[in-house]
Write a protein that binds this ligand. Structure first.
Ligand SMILES: Cc1ncc(C[n+]2csc(CCOP(=O)(O)OP(=O)(O)O)c2C)c(N)n1
Ligand SMILES: [Mg+2]
Length: 568
């Protein structure tokens, strides 16, 4: 009889992470990770191995946000460790964003089966008294993950971890969670053998794509709308090929997740899609969770709506109000690329060149309005958002990646910061505030040689685990440039007062209750506490020099935090 090699569950988990190809383990500490920490130290001492790299995170939202940012920049899923049910609850908001954004990651969370009754498997007296919940990590995760399960025995650990990883990475992508009791982390299991399963992509059959290509080619006024179609340059090239062949404009819905289309391209639509719906006869919704508002807006009779998405009709959301004619499910990038290839193999539609010219003229007219705005704000008394983004456009090095968590300044960022330079764009949040900083840090881990800029609202900054993020940047030397777009409050949250109560008491008496953050904190003063460079700037004349100093600090390896006081 051959003897099977054994190890404890934590050592096996580490080996499984390595075999799945994770680069990082983003861990929020709890004493129950002791066997894992010992396994890491043993591996380092005996084999001098540090991959996957372990990062200690001082907040669960930070751990999840790092994994999300790293995936957005690389397309590679990472491991996240969250301390039992309470850790899952603390990270749930960031998991919820990952779930909506189709971001894969595998979360592992410890629990206890025996609550101290077995001395060798006792996680500590705090478990039965303070740490465990009836729901446990798995049930706590159910509404914010794609798949969540507890490992029942040591025999199941390897198979369950591989399943969790496969489910996270296959479309529709998303976070998965494995509850692993302390009893299993400490107990003996067989050393895992075997590799990660090879997964074939899920793509639409060619006939369905051909059908859609024919519809697009026959259309007289096609529109394309996207929010997250192009995470990679290849995806972007496919979208460009489609748009250029058809002479169709590309609208990015107002908070794009990526730079889906070059924003200086003549077919990049510069005004909202809502004004053009009445003329459309075919709309390609290529990765957009809310392509227009309200979704029930009547479209012209006969207008065909084609949705290309990992999981069309939004199963993760309560509402999809768009009458959709074609659902093309599966890997978004691959389906787009195949569709572009089929389409461009056909002759260009006769009126595509004329349409291109028409859209070019239309977009140029709105662009000249943005140019006028840039010029108008140069001589202002206060720093206007347009001036900030224009200055960043001038000063940031090539290849910079902008990670944003802003609201009121989104249009200014899109039109002034991205107008010509070769910058990448990654959204750092998905409706729930609090993930911008950690997403930016995750992007920086993935792109250590590029300038990563987190453009964040003053309100948003307050929702982030900011000390934990600044601490991680210091501890592991992950220098990002943080620009606080400080308009001294929740400006966007006042919009409904203007809409519904324009002459009501709140606005008339300048008493809007929910808008203000007062007194405005000295955000820059936080930076030195974490060895970072910090500055506050409120004069237009000081802006460029302050940006220059902050960029230099980041290039020298320190996080820089610039609190830019914008005109309210
Ligand atoms: C977790 C969470 N809480 C509350 C909100 C509601 N909310 C959306 S934007 C916003 C204000 C953000 O302020 P800031 O970042 O300064 O942006 P501004 O409104 O000034 O543009 C709030 C409170 C939210 N989206 N997510
Ligand atoms: Mg604000």
């Amino acid at each position: 009889m051959t003897e099977t090699a054994t190890m404890n569950g934590a050592e096996a988990l580490l080996e499984l992470f390595r075999a799945q190809g994770t680069d990082y383990i983003f861990c929020s500490p709890i004493a129950a990770w002791a066997p894992l920490w010992e396994a890491l130290a043993k591996r380092k001492a005996t084999r001098n191995v540090e991959t996957p790299r372990y990062l200690n995170c001082r907040h669960e939202v930070l751990a999840v946000g790092l994994a999300a940012g790293y995936y957005k920049a690389t397309g590679r899923a990472q491991a996240v460790l969250l301390p039992t049910g309470l850790g899952v609850l603390n990270g749930a908001m960031a998991l919820r964003s990952a779930y909506h954004e189709h971001i894969p990651m595998v979360v592992v969370s410890p629990d206890t089966l025996t609550h101290g009754a077995v001395p060798a498997l006792d996680p500590g007296p705090e478990w039965p008294t303070l740490l465990v919940d009836l729901a446990g990590p798995v049930r706590n995760a159910e509404t914010v993950t794609k798949w969540a399960k507890e490992v029942k025995t040591g025999h199941d650990l390897a198979a369950d971890l591989r399943r969790a990883w496969y489910f996270a990475e296959c479309v529709p992508r998303g976070p998965t969670l494995l509850g692993v009791p302390f009893d299993i982390l400490m107990g003996e299991v067989a050393a895992p053998s075997g590799d990660k399963p090879k997964a074939s992509p899920l793509v639409a059959p060619i006939d369905s794509l051909r059908d859609v290509a024919d519809t697009l080619l026959r259309s007289r006024n096609p529109l394309i709308v996207t929010e997250h179609a192009a995470r990679t340059p290849e995806d972007r090239a496919a979208l460009m090929a489609l748009a250029e062949h058809l002479g169709a404009p590309v609208f990015e819905y107002w908070m794009p997740l990526y730079l889906n289309f070059p924003r200086a391209h003549p077919l990049y639509a510069t005004d909202p899609i809502e004004t053009h719906l009445k003329d459309a006869d075919c709309i390609l919704v290529a990765g957009a969770h809310g392509p227009w508002h309200p979704q029930g807006t009547a479209l012209p009779p006969g207008c065909t709506v084609i949705q290309i998405e990992e999981d069309p009709l939004r199963p993760r959301a309560p509402h999809w109000g768009i009458a959709t004619d074609h659902c093309i499910a599966g890997d978004l990038g691959r389906n787009l690329t195949q569709l572009a290839a089929l389409l461009t193999a056909q002759p260009r539609p006769a009126d595509a060149a004329r349409r291109t010219e028409r859209w070019h003229a239309h977009n140029a007219a709105s662009n000249s309005e943005w140019t006028k705005e840039r010029e108008a704000v140069r001589s202002g008394e206060h720093i206007h958002a347009a001036l900030l983004f224009d200055s960043l456009h001038a000063l940031l090095p090539d290849g910079s990646v902008i990670v944003d968590e802003i609201v009121a300044q989104v249009p200014a960022m899109i039109h002034h910061l991205f107008r010509e330079r070769d910058f990448s764009h990654i959204r750092g949040w998905a409706g729930a505030l609090g993930t911008g900083l950690s997403t930016a840090l995750g992007v920086k881990l993935a792109r250590p040689h590029d300038m990563v800029v987190c453009v964040i609202g003053d309100g948003a900054f307050n929702y982030n685990p900011s000390p934990a993020c600044l601490g991680l940047a210091q501890q592991y030397r992950v220098p990002v440039l943080v620009i606080i777009c400080n308009n001294q409050g929740y400006v966007s949250q006042e919009w409904n007062l203007y809409k519904y109560f324009p002459s009501g008491h709140a606005l008339r008496e300048n008493n809007p209750y929910g808008r203000v953050i007062e007194p405005t904190p000295d955000y820059a003063a936080m930076a030195p506490a974490f060895g970072a460079h910090g500055e506050c700037v409120n004069q237009p004349a000081q802006l460029e020099a302050a940006l220059g100093r902050a960029i230099t600090a980041v290039q020298a390896g320190r996080l820089a935090l610039l609190d830019v006081r914008l005109e309210p």
